[in-house]
Structures are given as C-alpha cells and as structure tokens.
Design a protein around this ligand. Sequence first.
Ligand code: ADP
Ligand code: MG
Length: 383
Amino acid sequence: MAAPEVRSGFTALYGAAPDGIWSAPGRVNLIGEHTDYNDGFVMPFALPHTAVAAVSRRDDGVLRLHSADTDGGVVELRVDELSPLSDREWTAYPAGVVWALREAGHLVTGADVHLASAVPAGAGLSSSAALEVVVALALNDLFGLGLEPGQLARLCQRAENVYVGAPTGIMDQTASACCEEGHALFLDTRDLARRQIPFDLAAEGMRLLVVDTRVKHAHNEGEYGKRRAGCEKGAALLGVDALRDVPHDGLDDALARLDDEEVRRLVRHVVTEDRRVERVVALLESGDTRAIGPVLTEGHASLRDDFRVSCRELDLVVESALAAGALGARMTGGGFGGSAIVLVEAADAGTVTKAVEEAFAAAGFTAPRVFEAVPSPGARRLS
Ligand code: ADP
Ligand code: MG
C-alpha cells in the first residue's frame, strides 16, 4: 500500500494526521546462509517491497497499533506494561521495538501507529524485520534518539529474540535498516562491519528473480534449533569461539578431527559458505557479475546436501531454472520452504519463469509467486 493510503488510513483511525510516514523493506539474501549465528558473512539486499508506517508521537504512555493487513481493530497497550513473550499476535513486533528501546534507556513515551506492508509474510523475505525497523526508525526520529541504522537493527533484533521469542540472527534487521539502492550489503556478523557492494544487474543485462514457493514446512523451527546447536557443538569440538574461526584452507584438517558425521556436514557448509560470500564480493567488485551464478548454485547444493535445510519445492525451483538456462539459483532464507533466487540473462527471464511454473504444475505443487528483485533503498522517512 502506498504512503498516501497509509496516511489517510491513519487519519481515519485516529482522527488527526500523522507526524510522519516511514518505510522499511523486506530483503533477500544473495549468499551467506546459516552463517549469521556462526559469526560469519552474509550479503542481503533490500527488496522494493516495503512496510509503510504512519506514526504520531504520544507522551501519555499509550501505544496504539493497527495494521491494514490484519482483521483486528486498534490494539491499545501501555508502554510501561510491555513484557517479553506476553503477546502471540503481530503486535508483538512493534511493541517489542518500543520495549527494546525503553530497556536500552531511550525515553519512548507512546505512539499511534498505522501500517501496511507489501512484504509477503512468512515467505522468507523478512516481513517481520520490515515491521520492526519501520517502527524503530519512526520512533528514532519522533523522539530524537539519534541512533544509527546499525544500532536500530540491533534493538530490533533484541525485540524479535527476547520480546517476540524468535531466535534470529542480525542479518534481517540490518538489511532492512542499512541497505542502499543498487547495492548488496556485505555484513560481517561478528563485528557488524558493513560494506556496500555495487549490484546493478539491470545495467549488465541480467535479472534476479525471487520465487516464493508458498510453502512453509511446519518442522522448520525445531530444525533451525538443531542446526544451531550442531554448529555450536562443532565450534566447541574444534576449540574455536564460532565456526567463522575455522579458516577455509584449514577445513580438511578440521573435518578430520570430527567423528560425528552430522556435525562434519554442518561445519563444511558454514566454512564453505563464508568462502562463497567472499568469492561473490570479489567477483562483483571486479565486475565479473555473471560468474556469481555458479557460486550461488554451489551454495544451494551445500544447503541441500550438507546443511539439509532445503525441500522438494526449493530443489525443483533450482533444477528447473538451471535446466531452462539460468546462470545460477539457490534457496534463500532459512529453508524448509520460503523463497529461492534465480539469476538469469534479462532475455531469458520469461522462459525461465515459465519453466519453473510448469515444473511446479507438473509436480502438483501450489503455483509459485515469481517477481524480479531490484536492489532497493533501506529504511527511510518518506514524509
Ligand atoms: P518472515 O519475516 O520471513 O516474513 P516471520 O514469521 O518472521 O516471517 O514474520 C511474519 C509475521 O510478521 C507474521 O506472522 C505477522 O505476525 C507479522 N507481519 C508481517 N507483515 C505484517 C503486516 N503487514 N501486518 C501485521 N503483521 C505482519
Ligand atoms: Mg522474520
């Protein structure tokens, strides 16, 4: 929904015009999957799809929340009564941001919020981070908090981890808060150093397609926890703080020291994936953009065979897209459903899309949603 509708929606709900309008995007991760809780590298970029929020400041301790995309009415809370894990609804995301800001000592005394989002929820495109970051940025501006985008991202992560209760890394919130148009964001999740890497596919005659499989397999949270625990076990067995500390040229030695086949596979994925992020950065910086295709495809094989977080639908996107001439393809996000990305020559976008759709129809799967992802701006004030 566009900003003017969100503005008029706010006015209709609350009886006065908002203090301002902000937006924050969803994201796709180009490469660097399941590395963020191993202190490793990720490389997301922002989608053109955003959450848009109209917000007014309040000074009476009241927080009112409304989403144009849910059936419920306005939810009214008191900022001094917010407590972690108390809310199972969507309102936990924005309320969690208020809680995290106040916990960090920032005097946020209430707000009226009306929002709408074009980021598909639950598709692995980080609709939750968009929601958090748009509210955090609005409050940062309205209360003059002076926080940098990276700091806002950390507070949003805390909101999601502690208040909502979802164990996520720092990538999603950082991407939504810090990405720049025409760039991918190279993020070191250990020291949170960020580098904007030019990523303008259109200028080079290519496109990046996002294929939302529209499936989310139910066991994904438990499996995420198992992978995380397995990675921690691997780091402990190898005597390092995090798998990020296993150098790529020391991988064979490290694997030789591990007896547990399950842990070996997890370690191999994380170490080779960090290396793939570095390779993609180097290729993009040297202008050899087409050469990232095979690196993306390698990343998929590693997630499928070693980390084992893919599923039939994601594998089918990759197989059918490559068979139809795509330059590279891989699942993106946590896995077990969600979305895949496909790099194609611009001229092949239609044929590849059709091939994926036909493969899904032939397999009896729900039709996927395919759209082009153009690296877009991060969170910002619109008016
Ligand atoms: P993802 O971040 O991959 O989209 P999550 O499960 O982390 O998936 O977040 C999805 C949740 O975010 C939804 O279940 C809902 O609670 C919330 N959400 C996302 N978009 C909206 C929206 N437009 N309005 C209200 N809640 C939303
Ligand atoms: Mg999320």
